[in-house]
Design a protein around this ligand. Structure first.
Ligand code: FEO
Length: 165
């Protein structure tokens, strides 16, 4: 279980890296609202990594940090980015579910309970990613619609949900 939780810490940090790379891509395209959304997404992913990090120590375990894979550098357009965010979150949901399955096999109720936070979080993460993708598709990923969406996304603020009940 400890080994798999260590892998998930790495996966959450990779998610942060991926979204930060997307934020940099949008900064470069002068879409500061999209850049803000992705930047906050990256911050959230770091809190996910740290939640598991803290948990491993709380249980008397050991964290071993592994190298983080390099994220992509370029995307064709905003729609492609949103498609990747959605697909990535679906993949992460699968990882979390596998961890829950393992915790149950090992009758590790504490870890199962901790992971339930992530099960709920993934429902939210997928819904947010899907909403972004659908809105982008609605405006055709360009023009005035894209700028309006950019303005809306600039309103997003960071909240550390791992510190809330
Ligand atoms: Fe850590 Fe986006 O799930």
């Amino acid at each position: 279980m400890q080994e798999e939780l260590n892998k998930q810490i790495n996966a959450e940090m990779y998610s942060a890296y991926l979204y930060l790379a997307m934020s940099a891509y949008f900064e470069d395209r002068n879409l500061s609202g999209f850049a803000n959304w992705m930047y906050i997404q990256a911050q959230e992913e770091m809190t996910h990594a740290m939640k598991i990090y803290r948990y491993v120590f709380e249980r008397g375990g050991r964290v071993y940090l592994q190298p983080i894979e390099g994220p992509p550098k370029e995307w064709d357009d905003a729609v492609k980015v949103a498609e990747e965010v959605y697909a990535h979150e679906q993949k992460v949901t699968g990882m979390i579910h596998n961890l829950v399955n393992l915790a149950r096999e090992e009758k590790d109720h504490g870890t199962d309970n901790m992971l339930q936070w992530f099960v709920s979080e993934q429902v939210e993460e997928e819904a947010n990613a899907d909403e972004l993708l659908q809105q982008l598709k609605m405006v055709g990923g360009k023009g005035q619609g894209l700028l309006m969406l950019d303005r809306e996304l600039s309103q997003r603020q960071f909240v550390d949900e791992t510190q809330q009940e």
